[in-house]
Ligand binder design. Structure first.
Ligand code: PLP
Length: 352
């Protein structure tokens, strides 16, 4: 279906998802055609599928610098965070835990049934679990992993992966999402250092009894293929700093009341979260969409009601300021020409 048949579309919502790499589409479609055996089956078809899954696991483990037995294939980072946190709950859920308040809901939701949760930077005495995302999806701000002695450190790398280097030496478990790096939707990774007090949530023989359900071989092979292209992806993102900074400087020059969230902080090079005080982020988003530009607001739509983003209110922004936010997130191959077209469209819309 084509929503805007006469308007050429430009996509500036890379933190929501990115298009799959052509090489990934190839790998996924050929796996769907040719390797449809069930990897749990003991016949040749099944064993070929099993072999390819283990090859993909080895390649991803090498890429991340971890042991392949520590990686579990999942269908999304949301699932991986739920399996991780719910699986630690029996051992640690009643002990003090601490989380960054701007975590994605995929992390905050499974933490809801933990009984003694404090919010970073506070970590109560005896804290046994700490959750801190590597980079925030809305602001792009990059966070160090707090080192709380004796605590198990959980890291959501869904946004950082492929945009900046991720360091797993400072944490004990991490999640990664395939569709944010040009891999297929339905592909993700849960990494856990061996020896964590974790019990499986989805029972079944697959993934060494850690995540039941027949493996999605095309998605897994597509994920491994996308990860092979991470060096180019990181290089392309490094180039975005200058483009993004020039975009922000231009927009900020239009009105002294507008602001870039975390402008002085270390941020993902593709992300710009702008507060257009006095304007509606939702209205700007809709006007840009009609003009052919896909961007995102700093709000999440829950059952029809638009709630201001907690990622912004926890940084101290008011609800009104959070509702005035727009998130622009560049694809790795964004060009100066595309950005200047966005700037022109935004300038016209803001002048209305
Ligand atoms: N964590 C962060 C920081 C995200 O930005 C997202 C998706 O936007 C997720 C988790 C969830 O990822 P997935 O779409 O793979 O469930």
């Amino acid at each position: 279906m084509d929503y805007h048949p006469v308007v050429e579309r430009l996509y500036f919502d890379a933190n929501a998802t990115v298009p799959p790499l052509p090489q990934v589409v190839e790998v996924v479609s050929s796996a769907m055609r040719e390797v449809w055996g069930n990897p749990t089956s003991t016949h040749g078809e099944g064993q070929r599928a099993r072999f390819l899954i283990e090859e993909a696991r080895r390649s991803l483990a090498e890429n991340l610098g971890v042991a392949s037995a520590e990686l579990i294939f999942c269908a999304s980072a949301t699932e991986a965070l739920h399996l991780l946190i719910r699986g630690l709950r029996p051992a640690l859920g009643d002990e003090p835990a601490s989380a960054f308040p701007g975590e994605h809901s995929a992390c905050l939701n499974p933490l809801k049934d933990w009984t003694r949760l404090s919010w970073l930077p506070v970590a109560d005495a005896g804290t046994r679990t700490v959750a801190q995302m590597a980079a925030n999806n809305e602001t792009g701000i990059i966070y160090d992993m707090p080192q709380v002695p004796g605590a198990i450190r959980l890291r959501d790398c869904a946004q950082a992966w492929g945009k900046v280097a991720v360091d797993l030496s400072s944490c004990d478990s991490a999640v990664f999402s395939g569709h944010k790096i040009g891999g297929p939707r339905g592909s993700a990774l849960l990494w856990m250092r061996s020896g964590l007090p974790w019990t499986p949530v989805l029972e079944g023989p697959q993934e060494r009894r850690r995540r039941g359900g027949t493996e999605d071989l095309p998605a897994i092979l597509g994920l491994a293929e996308a990860a092979r292209h991470l060096p180019e992806r990181l290089e392309a993102h490094a180039r975005l700093h200058a483009l993004r900074d020039a975009f922000e400087a231009e927009v900020l020059a239009w009105d002294a009341g507008w602001e870039v969230v975390g402008r002085l902080a270390e941020r993902l090079p593709n992300t710009s979260c702008l507060i257009f005080r006095g304007r509606s982020g939702e209205a700007l988003h809709m006007a840009l969409d009609l003009d052919g530009f896909a961007v995102s607001t700093g709000s999440a739509c829950h059952s029809g009601a638009t709630k201001p983003s907690h990622a912004l209110t926890t940084l101290g922004y008011s609800e009104a300021e959070a509702r005035s936010a727009l998130r622009i997130s560049f694809l790795p191959d964004a060009t100066e020409d595309q950005v200047s077209r966005l700037v022109d469209a935004l300038r016209k819309i803001l002048a209305r």
